[in-house]
Design a protein around this ligand. Structure first.
Ligand SMILES: [Zn+2]
Length: 329
């Protein structure tokens, strides 16, 4: 459950607002009912009066005839219910209406986060992920191996494209399954359109659904964000940078399509190095071959990646695979 303090505070403020708003609605309903049925106010006063009388008697300050307080309150409550329903109001019209009856809009039940709180966190994380809409269609079941040829054989490994894809799928599922136990990073490489991005969406969805914080960036947007956040030194931009370095999973898609310069190269190194030090997982996908990757980025980048990432190759001669996986034509 990776929430920044500010995110947690925002959610708690949401619950406070909810409580206030529901209390306000209740006050309005009470006013409306009391205007239409003045006897309701009298019932409240009667209940207060007999409660006080009973308390005085127990303290010896009142010597009147003893009576059954609970029974009298019950009969006044029954009268109130009858009045409400006979005037066309629901029985519980005067009671507070909780948005979540389980936790009564506090977010917690017995010091544990309520199911509504977990849902709110998940919603929040989805919104932050940058790929909310794209995840509607992405899941492991939709990753069909049929799109990969079972005839074309990769000379280096002796595996068919389909066997190579099955390997990738298995490793991706293992990555998700062991996410909370083992620190792992993935490096997905292969030609354009062979399913790398889709595979990273599937992973993102699984992890978001178990309330992990995931952020997706194309490498171009990521370096834009770094540049902006570095040059505008506000709390907000610092917060964004922190989130990029601290989220449970960072996905950097299409590495190699950004404009490479020394600033980008050093930011990239800082980012992946910092995340390795913090044991926060990263998935990089790229169309670059490993040789090109080494030429494009510095040797220290290559060495950090090759020693800390699981390399996963996808091969396909069919550029439509990605489109099919993503539901396009
Ligand atoms: Zn709740």
């Amino acid at each position: 459950m990776a929430l920044r303090n500010s995110q947690y505070d925002a959610l708690m403020r949401y619950y406070q607002k909810l409580q206030l708003s529901n209390k306000h609605d209740q006050d309005e309903r009470i006013e409306k009912a009391y205007t239409q049925i003045p006897r309701l106010a009298q019932i409240d006063r009667d209940i207060a009066a007999i409660s006080l009388k009973k308390a005085r008697m127990l303290l010896g300050n009142d010597t009147g005839q003893d009576f059954d307080l609970a029974q009298q309150i019950q009969s006044l409550s029954d009268e109130r219910t009858r009045l409400l329903t006979s005037h066309g109001f629901p029985e519980d019209y005067l009671k507070i209406q909780y948005t979540c009856p389980i936790c009564q809009d506090t977010g917690y039940v017995n010091n544990e986060k309520c199911i509504c709180f977990k849902k709110a966190i998940s919603e929040h994380l989805y919104t932050q992920s940058n790929i909310r809409e794209l995840l509607n269609t992405a899941n492991f079941d939709a990753f069909s191996l049929d799109y990969y040829s079972n005839e074309a054989i990769n000379e280096a490994t002796g595996l068919t494209n389909r066997e190579t894809a099955l390997n990738a799928l298995t490793k991706a599922k293992d990555f998700v399954r062991n996410f909370d136990k083992e620190f792992e990073n993935l490096f997905l490489y292969g030609d354009t359109g062979v399913g790398k991005t889709f595979l990273s969406y599937c992973i993102a969805k699984e992890l978001l659904d178990t309330t992990h914080s995931v952020i997706y960036y194309s490498s171009f947007d990521l370096f834009e964000a770094f540049a902006q956040n570095t040059f505008s030194n506000t709390d907000e931009s610092q917060g964004k940078n922190d989130y990029i370095l601290n989220c449970d999973l960072l996905i950097i898609d299409d590495l190699g399509t950004e404009l490479t310069n020394s600033f980008v190269a050093s930011q990239f190194f800082l980012c992946i190095n910092e995340r390795i030090l913090r044991k926060k997982s990263t998935i990089i996908s790229t169309n670059l071959t490993l040789g090109n990757f080494m030429d494009t980025y510095s040797e220290r980048v290559f060495s950090r990646v090759s020693s800390n990432y699981t390399m996963i190759k996808l091969i396909g001669s069919d550029i439509r695979i990605q489109k099919k996986l993503l539901g396009g034509q």
